[in-house]
Design a protein around this ligand. Structure first.
Ligand code: ARG
Length: 465
């Protein structure tokens, strides 16, 4: 084999023929892992500093490496770098370019490491960076919900079970239900970040390295909180990516449920809300249409994230220790999950506080469907009737209401007393929607004063984050 060929092909000294052109393309990852160029360079600089501290490189070599890598990063950022399939992945592309730039010293950078621990490190650095972008976006969406909840703390709407009118609730209370779900998502992501922020570098190919490396120092330079404690696990673990995608799948499930409500609520049948025009599109044929595209798309995107979670779980399930090429398949699902989460959060964080609530419509809707029936039953319990009997009495009153087209609050005292003689004039206070929500006045209840208190707690929580 010629010497020239030897340089083109990765670890090629043992090969007697060059890789098939298709196989080269098929096995390369540069098409997508170029996304991690910054983290790859960051990791290499830290590694080189550690090698210098350990006496493996000298100061001159370190300076050359840092200068070379900094130059490469600048070149990448202005689009001057053409990626090479022959160099397979981001790690080899950068390293070979470094050698082109600074000569033989470039070849020393890979001392005491392997692409196996290098790639594991890069993904963790990449994901940590993205988590640090996603967390504030989640918080921005939550702030929007809190703002809306405060604005609509007194707004009455029907609460549903089985999508049937159940009891009146306040719109603000409903928004804060979404806040709570997202709060758990934030906590999940923060917890996931702890495990992402573990440094595998130093695991080398699988068994560690014979060089006197100082992993603690490298970890410090890279801002890792801890170091992986087993080299085999360090190079092969991808459960941090699964965990992140699990977080994302749960978040998208929440956003998808939320989307479903926004789609329903903005329909001509509900008319609870108006989504600002800038988040909707028209129809090419029906002039009256205003489609809630953003929530529909977010609802749809939950599917791809669930798919990525399944891909990653399946990718890992049969891999023997330690690194296998299968792992290269971790990147696209992870990257797309990150992009999807960021896109959906951005759309929602922009849209939610701009939502217009049609208060008269939600109020009217709450009046339909006997939403204060439970209040009447509770009232009769207060007058000494056992709950099961009062349930029965109110059932009869509702049946009468359906027949006569009247809400309970619209019936005369005489009519109500025909169902139960314990009913008195004060019944009308509990039959109003305002009375109904105000009566649920305890932590976690829908009363406007509770919504305002919850808004305060939510703001405190956001400020502590
Ligand atoms: N491109 C590879 C990946 O994404 C990098 C690690 C390659 N290591 C190896 N031994 N082939 O996983």
């Amino acid at each position: 084999m010629s010497n020239q060929h030897n340089q083109e092909k990765l670890s090629s000294a043992r090969f007697s023929e060059s890789t098939d052109a298709f196989v080269e393309e098929f096995t390369a990852s540069i098409q997508f892992d170029q996304r991690m160029y910054k983290q790859d360079i960051q990791g290499s600089i830290a590694h080189a500093k550690m090698l210098t501290k350990a006496g493996i490189l000298n100061e001159q070599e370190l300076n050359d490496i840092i200068q070379g890598l900094t130059q490469i990063q600048a070149d990448i950022e202005v689009g001057k770098v053409e990626w090479s399939i022959k160099q397979e992945d981001i790690h080899m592309n950068i390293e070979s370019r470094l050698t082109d730039l600074i000569g033989i010293t470039g070849k020393k950078l890979h001392t005491g490491r392997s692409r196996n621990d290098q790639v594991a490190t890069d993904i963790r650095l990449y994901l940590r960076d993205e988590i640090d972008v996603i967390l504030p976006e989640l918080k921005r969406l939550q702030s929007g919900l809190v703002e809306l909840a405060e604005r609509e703390a007194d707004t009455i709407m029907p609460g549903f079970t089985h999508l049937q009118t159940a009891q009146p609730v306040t719109f603000g209370h409903h928004m804060l239900a979404w806040f709570e779900m997202l709060k758990r998502d934030v906590e999940r992501l923060q917890d996931c970040r702890k495990r992402v922020n573990t440094m595998p570098l130093g695991s080398a190919a699988l068994a560690g390295t014979t060089y006197p490396i100082d992993r603690t120092y490298t970890a410090e330079l890279l801002g890792f909180d801890r170091i992986s404690e087993n080299s085999l696990d360090g190079v092969s673990d991808r459960d941090f990516a699964i965990e992140f995608t699990g977080f994302a799948a749960t978040l998208l499930m929440h956003l998808s449920r939320f989307s479903e409500e926004l789609v329903l609520w903005s329909s001509a049948q509900f008319q609870f809300i108006d989504l600002p025009d800038r988040f909707c599109t028209g129809s090419s044929i029906m002039p009256q249409k205003k489609n809630p595209d953003v929530p529909e798309l977010v609802r749809g995107k939950s599917g791809r994230v669930y798919g990525h979670l399944m891909s990653l779980l399946t990718l890992m399930k049969s891999q023997p220790l330690a690194y296998n090429k299968d792992n290269q398949e971790d990147k696209e699902p992870l990257f797309d999950t990150v992009d999807t989460v960021k896109g959906c959060l951005r759309a929602f964080a922009d849209m939610v506080p701009a939502m217009i609530v049609k208060r008269e419509m939600t109020y009217e809707a709450a009046k339909r469907g006997f939403s204060t029936a439970t209040d009447l039953a509770d009232y009769l319990v207060g007058k000494g009737l056992p709950f099961r009997d009062s349930h029965e009495v109110v059932g009869l009153a509702v049946a009468h209401g359906i027949q006569s087209g009247q809400d309970l609050s619209e019936m005369s005292l005489q009519t109500l007393q025909d169902f139960c003689d314990k009913i008195e004039e004060d019944v009308f206070e509990v039959l109003t929607l305002e009375g109904s929500v105000a009566a649920r006045n305890h932590l976690g209840g829908t009363a406007p004063v509770q919504v305002r208190a919850a808004v305060q707690r939510a703001r405190n929580w956001l400020n502590e984050l």
